[in-house]
Design a protein around this ligand. Structure first.
Ligand code: PLP
Ligand code: COI
Length: 363
């Protein structure tokens, strides 16, 4: 099926959230708790290809108990944000990269790849109809969650012949509670996230399901996020449960774990590497072990570390804890390089810093 554009059928919500109620919700949306009035639904079947594209009132969907996704977890998702610029426009940041990664995730999970143009079209349609849900608070955005799952009713273990693609939207403030100035990480010794040849580079729900027990362990140790080490040697830092990680050294250079199939190729990560290189910062995509991290933090060779991703934006890492050890990074608060990169990336996304890369689409 080569369909790249579909005509969307529109069904506006007959009883949308009132302006007054929405204003209350948007004053403090947190992350992932508040949803807009509409959603996108597109169907796929082997016979018909992609069809029945709709923007409709957000609401529950019918799920048959034998729906394949409930059994074998053929499910993928994306996460991207729409921003409001000071002059009132709405922007999307590198949505084409999310479209590409979504297709690659689908291919890894043997699912029907959604044409990238259709992904982009669906995002634009939903943002257009629900743009009043973009919070005007500092750091506010509309988080978009495209996802797709095997909707075929069949218990055989095989790639499904039917899929449902949907997009929902959720106004967002800070991902970490209270907009924490820095977070504390827990180093998981026992659990790994992804092994070579596995699904680590795909944005599939299963990766997150597998990470939760480690995340729970992190919370149990008073930490905000888990950091995973590589599955082969249990030494090299890979990424966090839902973010990539970067290290700023005392010579001003930045180190980040290389992509190699076991970590998610973050769009924030890629953008920051480009911005850093343009500023003359030396960037090294190379393996960095937990022992090195400990030693560099203690000697002062490591100045800053931060988590980066769409939901987390750039969040400084203040402390790291593991089995029988604990260390602080810098003074435990935000560092200069982290802050500078955060301001630049955020400015590009929100239209206050010139977009010299063609990363921003104004809707
Ligand atoms: N790593 C994981 C496991 C993630 O869930 C995310 C978030 O999407 C990222 C990294 C960062 O990716 P991006 O910058 O594209 O949001
Ligand atoms: C995102 O940043 O979009 C993610 O998927 C991370 C998740 C922890 C919300």
């Amino acid at each position: 099926n080569t369909t790249t554009n579909l005509d969307f059928e529109f069904e506006a919500h007959t009883n949308p959230v009132s302006d007054a109620d929405r204003a209350v919700l948007l004053a403090n949306p947190g992350f992932g708790k508040v949803f807009t009035d509409h959603m996108v639904v597109i169907k796929y079947s082997v016979e018909k290809g992609w069809h029945d594209a709709k923007v409709q009132p957000r609401g529950p969907i019918q799920v048959d108990p034998a729906m394949a996704v409930l059994h074998y977890a053929q499910e993928i998702f994306e996460g991207l944000k729409a921003y409001r610029t000071p002059d009132g426009a709405v922007t999307l940041f590198r949505a084409d990269e999310n479209a590409r990664r979504f297709r690659e995730s689908a291919e890894r999970m043997a699912m029907a790849p959604l044409p990238e143009e259709l992904f982009l079209q669906s995002i634009r349609e939903l943002v257009k109809i629900d743009e009043k849900w973009i919070p005007e608070i500092e750091g506010g955005s509309l988080y978009l969650r495209p996802f797709m799952f095997a909707s075929e009713v069949f218990l055989g273990v095989k790639p499904a012949s039917e899929y449902l693609y949907m997009v929902i939207a959720s106004p967002a403030g800070a991902y970490f509670k209270g907009g924490a100035p820095s977070v504390t990480l827990w180093v998981s010794e026992h659990y790994t996230r992804a092994a070579p040849g596995g699904t680590g580079a795909a944005k599939c729900g299963g990766n997150y399901a597998a990470s939760l027990v480690a995340q729970k362990e992190a919370i149990g140790h008073g930490c905000d996020q888990v950091v995973f080490l590589d599955a082969v040697e249990n030494r090299y830092v890979e990424e966090l449960g839902g973010m990539n990680v970067m290290f700023v050294m005392d010579d001003g250079s930045i180190i980040t774990p290389p992509l190699g199939g076991t970590i998610l190729p973050g769009i924030t990560r890629a953008s920051l590497l480009t911005l850093a290189r343009e500023q003359g910062i030396e960037v090294r995509e190379e393996r960095y072990s937990i022992d090195q991290w400990k030693a560099d933090a203690q000697s002062g060779k490591l100045r800053e570390a931060f988590a980066c991703g769409t939901a987390a934006v750039l969040t400084p890492i203040g402390q790291v804890r593991g089995n029988g050890y604990e260390f602080m990074i810098g003074n435990g608060g935000p560092g200069i390089v982290t802050e500078k990169l955060r301001a630049e990336l955020g400015g590009i996304q929100r239209g206050t810093v010139p977009d010299t890369h063609g990363w921003v689409e104004r809707l």
